[in-house]
Every structure is written in structure tokens, then in C-alpha cells.
Design a protein around this ligand. Sequence first.
Ligand code: GLN
Length: 613
Amino acid sequence: MNHLRAKDWAALKPPLLRFLDACHADFAAETGGNVADYIPELGKADPDHFGISLATLDGHVYEVGDSRIPFTIQSMSKPFVFALALDTLGAARVENAIGVEPSGDPFNSIRLNADNHPFNPMVNAGAITCSGLIREAKGDGAFEYIRSALGRFAGRELGVDEAVFTSESTTGDRNRAIGYLLRTNSVLKEDVSKVLEVYFRQCAILVTARDIAVMAATLANRGKNPVTGEQVMTPYAISRTLSVMTSSGMYDYAGEWIYRVGIPAKSGVGGGILAALPARLGLGSYSPKLDSHGNSVRGIGVCEALSAHYDLHMLNRSDDARNSIIADYNIGKSPSRRSRRPHERHILATHHQAVRIIELVGPLTFSNVDYISRQLAAKPRPQFVIFDLRRVAAMTRAGVRLLAEEFQELAAFNVTVILSGVRRSSADWKLIKEQAKGLTNLRDFYLLDTAIEWAEDQVVYRHGGAIDFHETTGLSEQPLLAGLSASEIEEIAALGAMRSYRSGERIVAAGDPSTSLFFLVSGVVHVSLPDGVRLATLTAGTAFGEMALLETYRTADVLADMSATALEIPLDAFERYREKHPRVGERIMRNLAQLLAERLIVANTKVDLLTAP
Ligand code: GLN
């Protein structure tokens, strides 16, 4: 076999990047449209410039062509300043000042709605009102406040094109007209010229296609910048911003756009287009030639092609909630890894339906939790339900709300709910606790096996069993020595020495040579892999380190869970005894084979549970 070299890996190109490359090549041939020149400085843009960038929600940024050429953000600032206004002044104040209905008018229309308010924040009248609101809150610091917020969306500090600002400021009488109209209707409370200075400056903020992609991805990610990890705005402000982008982002082309492309978007006369597909991606494109609506011709082409090729229309979705349960079983099928004494085993076998374990995978959404609740209802009610969330990638608010309601339902029937696989320090845990406030039947253990063990213990208690940390008097209970006579057992015991261990002490270390085996006489120990996975919890009456009979090196750690005593028998003495007593030796090896077979059956059941269709 040839080994792949680093160079061969590098040759592997993500198909999405290949697609963007192809788009760039295709649409570069498109030369229709005109560079905006009503702001004279914009007329100087190079019509050939063409950059595309796509940011994913795991923070990867694809770039093709002139993705690092700076240009002015123009109207693409509108959604961000609207979100900023919502978070800064509160939704009520902003929503009272600006409507959310599409106007069907061009961006610069000098028209207000029937209440003499702007139609929406995506047309100039609404955007100028947003800038005015920020000025109300921040005074002369308004522009810097906006610039720094947009920088958080982009993940870097953004500059300003002074020439474009001056150019628009000296020619922007139409926007001034809108400003005075707003002021005479008391929508704008601030000095019109000062508000317009903020607005013109925010439009002259310099961005690249890459910046726009990251900004869009932040919108698509509930306001959390996927590259920096910063929560830039509240999810409320973001979802309302995406709403107005959906209905009005492309001005008098908005209806057509959302019908055909189905991705919330915003364009700017500088030649940029920003598209944010919630939960998926952010796209930024730059090409200065515009169509009659003021939207970049190539940018529109790229968005249409992306949406069509990958079928990304946001209203063309489906989901199958049935994939959310990866395993659903009870302790009869897969008990905890704790060794149990005969009376405990008996109780647990009789009441194996008392503990139900549901292992979940993927996101916990409204549909997934609803499906899970119906699976629970379909079988006899257990006394304990363990939800294992270790493979749950994310939780939606709706999912957690429904889950908390399910806990409530279970509580009403005295069913104890146990969560595993979620850390108390995690955001998910916080969300669950918030929703499940006041619930007393909720327990949690990070490790699933610990959760199962705890539930089993409760079942044993409830049915009159005791889990005493009993001491064995000799080795007669040891399964490894089953079938041996009392005197043979005594001879074997005489080969070893009694040892005591403190709670937490490591008795056996993985990787060490195997030189002895142990019979646990009192206390509890656990066997775990070096990475922390707990393989078994052992109580008095069981052996450990017995793999020494087969393996030269220890394969796992053994640690004392509480103070414990064990009889340690050196391997060489044991081997000498076996040689002298071949019949006893054979019996012990058969017992060992039996124990290993039992472990294999348990392990196979686990594998089966997780891989069954
Ligand atoms: N600054 C520009 C204006 O107000 C922004 C317009 C746009 O990008 N559509 O005219």
C-alpha cells in the first residue's frame, strides 16, 4: 500500500469550494448591469472585481476570487443597525417607530406608511430612523458604537471610506429629504443633519466579501459569530432582523427573491450581497454592477445558483424525528457494570422493566422530543427513566421546553428522571434547569453507567434488598474458584497475602507487568480504562487482575472506591500450584473462560443496542 503524503491530502478539495469556484467562473462572464454612480465616488469601482465567500456555522470560511477587496457596505449595514437598535433601545421603542411591512418601493422612496412611519428598517427611511434611534441612545458616540458592533459581526475592526462618505454627504439630498419627512412626523427626534452624518458614515464602512460572509453567518447562527465565538446580539434581535430581510431585504424585488431563492438576504449599492440561511451558512459576494433594483447582478446569480444546486430554499425542509433515539432498553437487556450478589441479581431480574434507558442522538428539537415522549408512553411505565444525552449535539428551546413538560408528566406518575451525559457546567444543563424549575424527581450523573447503577440500587432497596458492603469470610463465593473443594481453596488462599487499600488508591495500573491476581474481600473497587471509561464496579466476592492468567501486561486500572481489602496472590506461586494440581488448574481456567464469555455477551448486547437499525 502506498502511504498518502501530506501533498496528496492537500489535493483533496471540498466540493463546496469547487462549486463556488465554478460559480465564480460562470458569473465572471456576466457583464450586464451598471456601477452605481448617484454617489459619485462609487462610480470609480472596478466593474471586473468579483469575490465570493461562504462562512459555515462551524467557523470555516471559503473564499473565491476578489474576496479580500474592500468596498463600502452601504445598505447591508441596515440589518445590523436594526438588530443593534433592538438590543440597545428595546424592542418596544424600535417597533413603535418603524413598521415591518414590505413597501414594494425602491430603497430610496420618499414615502411613509399610513401611520407616517417608515414601512420597514430595510428601506432608507427605516434605516435612517434606526441611526436616529442609536443617536438618541449614544449621542455623538453613535457612529463609533455602530462601527464597533458591525466589527463584532465581522470578527475584526472595520474602517471607513472617507471619500465615499464625503461623496454621499455632499450629494445625499434625497436622503436628507427623507430625514426631514421623518422629523416633521416626529419619527426622528434628533437633529436631521447629525442623524444623516451617522447614516452616511455607517454606509461607508469598509468590508470585504469575506467579512460579509462572516457577518451573514452570525445572523444565521442566532447572533453568535461562528469564527470568534462571540454572542454579538440577542437571538430575538437576530430573528426579527432576518424576518425583515426576508420580507424586504431586496426592496421591490423582495417577493420574487424569497420565492425563487428562499434565503434571507440584503444588498447594497456598493455591489455587495449578503445572504444568511439560518442554521446553515452565511454568504457574501462582491461585484459592483447592479440591476435596475440596485442589486448586484453577479451576486444575485451566485445566490440563485447556490440555492438551486443544493436545494437550500428555507421553506423546502423536512426532518425525521425517528432518528433521535439510538438505543432504548431496560436493565434486563443491559445492566450496569456493577457486580451484583445473588439476591440483588434476583430482584433486578424480576424488576428489569423498572429502569428504562433511552440514549439520544443529534439535536433535541421540538419534533424529536415529541417523538421520544410517544415512545415512552407506548410501553409499560418504568419507575426510573434514564435519558442519556451524551450524543446530543444541541438543544433547541422548544425541545427543552417539551422535555421539561415530559419530566413534569413523569413526575405526576412518580417516575424518577435521571439525566446522564450532560455536564453541570454546560449551557445545555442551564437551559434544562431553567425549564425544569421546581421539579424534584430529576437526578443527574455524568456517566451513564453510574446512572444505571444508581437506579438499580434504588430498585434493590425498594424491593427489600440491601446493598451492604459485606465482607466475604473466605474465597468460597469467588466464581473463579467455583467447583473447588474447601481444602483446595484454602491452599490457594495460603499462597497470597491480605492487603488493605485506602479510598481512591490505585491498586493496579494499566501497562504494568501482570505479576499477581486479586480476590476482593471487602469494599468496592472499579476497573477503568486509562481514558477514564469505567468498565466495571466490583464488590466483595469477585476477582480482579485475573486477566494476568492470560496477559503479560495490565490492560486496565483498578482503583478503590472506598477502603477495601483484597487477597493478592503472586502469579508465580499460583502457576507453581497449577502445575502441581493440573485438575484444579484446568477448573480455574475453565471458570475464567466462563467469566470472559459472560463479559463478552454483555459487551455484544451493548454493541447490538447501539448498532441495531
Ligand atoms: N447609502 C446608500 C443610500 O442611502 C445606501 C443604499 C443602498 O445600498 N441600497 O442611498
